[in-house]
Design a protein around this ligand. Sequence first.
Ligand SMILES: *Cc1c(COP(=O)(O)O)cnc(C)c1O
Length: 411
Amino acid sequence: MKSGTELLMIPGPTTLPAEVLRALARPSIDIYQGPLHDVSIDCIAGLQELFGTREKTYIFTANGHGAWEAALCNTLSRGDLVLVLESGFFAVDWADTAKQLGLEIEILPGSWRAAVDPQALAERLAKDTDRRIRAVLTTQVDTASGVCNDIPAIRRALTDTGHDALLMVDCIASLGATEFRFDEWGIDLAVAASQKALMTPPGLAFHAVGPRARQRHQTAGLRTNYWDWTLRDRPDHYYWHSGTPPVNLLFALQAAIGLIRREGLSAVIARHDLLAEATRLAVGCWSVPGGVELNIPAAGEQANSVTLVRIPEGTVRPVVEFCQQHCGVLFGEGIGPALRGRAIRIGHMGHVGAPQLLGALGCLEMAFKVLDIPHAEGGVAAAISHFAKASQGGNVLAIDQHAQSIKKRGT
Ligand SMILES: *Cc1c(COP(=O)(O)O)cnc(C)c1O
């Protein structure tokens, strides 16, 4: 059964489109002047479109962990208290980075099966009468739990309690998939990375920086040469990257941004919504007590870039192995103490359309059947019905050039 192209359905790194692969293969060019300068400018502008901001964006040669560290180093000082909102593995992991830097950490406890509770946050902030909390850290999408947090509601909890802590949002697994409005929502600092919905290899980390974060930056004690925004604001292109720019990754990012512009950001987000809904309908259909089950049950709290499917303990490895060895489909396994060995992670972000998703879900249903995982049949059929209905409504089912042709036919 395993022929054709392998399907990479893990929640990052994700499938690289042909345009991005071609960009990676371009020869290196001068890093001090000439066309690379314009590539950086185009990438910075593209990131502004994706974050929904007119504020400055930055590009670091790093992965998501680098983006986390850069956020803390640019704005905070040793001993500052940071409140971390738990809704999965990643915000808590961000807190570990903070702890290593000498920051004081408090975790607002949460479930790995539900979004952050903005009311609980408001109550905690109201108790912080001497304003010790200097920053609040949260994820938009947590790829470990499959949750999508309500960022505007979290912002309101800060505003309504009149708290001046910086709001830092990890959009690593949602930028380019999920709606995000940095300026309109009043975010202080957003971090992202290249290898999830942005269809670019790992190695680039991004910031969008609001005025309040920039103000705190003036007095931050953790600033370091490499991450520092002010040093990166110097006029020479070489300094924008604190040294040699990641030339080919910039070519790749520019190509990926070009694909998103061509499809249109709102169409890209709509496509992710559609893929996620089809996935949830399939899982819902498979669900039986003691068998297959969605990790995040509440509508409105589910990510549109990744879905966590709980299956009985001891069956995760065999299911993932079956899909890989017999079908060439790669799914992720649950990570973190609450979900390791308890769930499968289906990444449906970036360069993915209905054909890839249906193929992947079909192989997963096959694995359930072969391995006798308790489930009800018909999940894939439910996903097909959803796509069929969506296509009649003129929705986008596939990626870039296909999307264009479907749209044209519809008009
Ligand atoms: C993948 C991911 C990270 C970690 O990114 P790395 O590039 O592996 O350091 C952080 N946060 C979220 C929400 C992620 O999905």
